[in-house]
Design a protein around this ligand. Structure first.
Ligand SMILES: NC(=O)c1ccc[n+]([C@@H]2O[C@H](COP(=O)([O-])OP(=O)(O)OC[C@H]3O[C@@H](n4cnc5c(N)ncnc54)[C@H](O)[C@@H]3O)[C@@H](O)[C@H]2O)c1
Ligand SMILES: [Zn+2]
Length: 449
């Protein structure tokens, strides 16, 4: 049964399936959703064909964008080297900052300008490298400053006026799904905020997902990035339906349009793959099947959330990562403190889904069943999904809550303030969420078990 709350109503979708929403009903409900994804080439050895693929676009000079950790695995240079036999001159830029900042993006853009012109860009690495390649591509093809394109209120949210160059995204982590999304995430250092650039033209032309490149991913990165997959799938699956928004004009359409039948399908697939392979990929990184499952799960979840959107755990992750003081996670660069993206998202996820449960109980229960089929279930329905997430976090050694990465109750007002700035994400939450709700989620997330 679906409990309808005070302001709540129940939308009857078809026999036996309901989506509850505590949201005020739209006066003119949306009837349209959009779905976008890049061309995808998946499989062992796929990265060896990038020279051929770029040659199809008439590319003569390509810039490979990566970070030093990924460069040390040799993968970016291998990708660059095989382009020569297709007449492509490729250079490797390895100055990407792990979790890009405005300063690191400006440095990459300056390097690309000085060493250009380039016909194409190839991001080889995790979300940090792929997002940096997106920003470089945007700024080498369009006028103005980076700030012009950053989402408001931090930037001006301008749309690119020119088409971008071909961008090939080659993930080496199993997490962000950045290879299929229209987003570039960055830290604006002066303002201590994480924000993004979001436009359909940022979407890579081609995603080359080669599980072999992920084998060198350390366990700590596999765990954190995998929690990002999990939260992308869960948040987009529980996002408010596109039908609960007001009807948009074509000009108003945004990449994140709410949960819809196509993104649901990808999120479901990703959850089933995580159920079988997440723990194995972290604990036995040499397991080829687990690595391949995680690689395709990351892309599937990216194809889901990249169209539906994410909500509270991602909104909370921005201030958790942005206000870090001295936490140094295992297997990440040690020279500066950070809470990696996937970890920062995971830390409030159990509480966030406890909070959203009553807005869409069926969805939460179905997600728990896909993630932990046959697991012992707590008696209260609202506890089933949070308990499945916590069990997974414990097994793969994600820190036990927000306090474990250095925050105290005294930080909650600042954290809440940071979350409330992410209205673009909170708008996809399946129920209204205010400052008190977020404060309670942070307070209960200080220690999770
Ligand atoms: N664009 C999007 O849609 C999107 C979505 C989610 C997150 N993000 C952003 O992506 C970034 C996080 O990306 P990520 O989690 O993929 O990790 P990452 O790119 O930050 O890399 C994490 C660490 O793993 C290392 N590494 C990566 N692949 C490796 C490999 N195969 N072998 C050895 N070391 C390897 C890197 O050198 C780095 O030290 C954040 O900035 C986050 O905000 C973007
Ligand atoms: Zn994410």
């Amino acid at each position: 049964m679906v409990p309808a709350t005070r302001a709540g109503r129940v939308l009857r979708l078809r026999k036996g399936r309901t989506v509850a929403t505590n949201l005020p009903g739209p006066t003119n409900p949306e009837t349209i959703f959009t779905y976008g994804s890049p061309l995808v080439k998946f499989g062992f050895g796929a990265a060896e064909e990038i020279g051929f693929d770029l040659a199809q676009y008439g590319v003569r000079r390509a810039l490979v964008v990566t970070d030093r950790g990924v460069a040390a695995t040799g993968a970016p240079h291998r990708v660059a080297d095989q382009m020569a036999k297709f007449g492509i001159e490729a250079h490797v830029y390895d100055g990407v900052h792990v979790e890009p900042t405005d300063t690191s993006l400006e440095a990459a853009i300056a390097h690309a300008r000085e060493s250009g012109p380039w016909d194409a860009f190839v991001g080889v690495g995790g979300g940090s490298s792929i997002d940096t390649a997106k920003a470089v591509n945007l700024m080498l093809t369009n006028p103005g400053e980076l700030m012009d394109y950053i989402n408001p209120p931090v930037g001006k949210g301008a749309a690119p006026v020119n088409p971008l160059k071909p961008l090939v995204a080659v993930p080496t982590t199993t997490g962000t799904g950045a290879e299929s999304t229209t987003v570039c995430v960055l830290d604006v250092l002066a303002l201590k905020v994480k924000t993004g650039i979001s436009h359909a033209r940022l979407r890579p032309t081609l995603a080359v997902v080669d599980p072999r490149l992920t084998f060198t991913q350390p366990a700590g990165v596999t765990a954190s990035a995998g929690m990002d997959i999990l939260c992308h799938a869960l948040e987009s699956y529980t996002a408010r339906s596109y039908r609960t928004f007001e009807h948009k004009t074509p000009q108003q359409r945004v990449p994140y349009c709410g949960s819809n039948p196509i993104s649901d399908m990808w999120s479901e697939k990703a959850m089933r793959l995580l159920a079988t392979s997440f723990r194995t990929a972290v604990l036995h990184g040499e397991d080829e099947q687990a690595r391949a499952d995680m690689a395709i799960a990351a892309t599937f979840a990216g194809m889901g959330f990249g169209n539906a959107g994410v909500h509270i755990p991602h909104a909370n992750a921005y201030p958790i990562a942005g206000r870090v003081r001295d936490f140094h996670p295992k297997d990440y660069p040690e020279h500066e403190p950070m809470v990696p993206h996937g970890m920062s998202v995971a830390l409030t996820a159990p509480e966030a889904f406890r909070f959203t449960f009553d807005a869409a109980p069926d969805r939460h229960l179905q997600a728990a069943e896909m993630l932990a089929p046959g697991a012992d279930r707590p008696a209260k329905d609202a506890e089933i999904l949070p308990s499945a997430i916590v069990a997974l976090m414990r097994d793969i050694e994600i820190p036990n809550g927000v306090a474990a990465v250095g925050y105290t109750d005294g930080d909650i007002p600042d954290l809440v303030d940071g979350t409330m700035k992410q209205q673009r994400l909170l708008a996809t939450c399946p129920k209204p969420v205010n400052e008190d709700d977020i404060a309670a989620i942070f307070a209960r997330s200080m220690e999770l078990w």
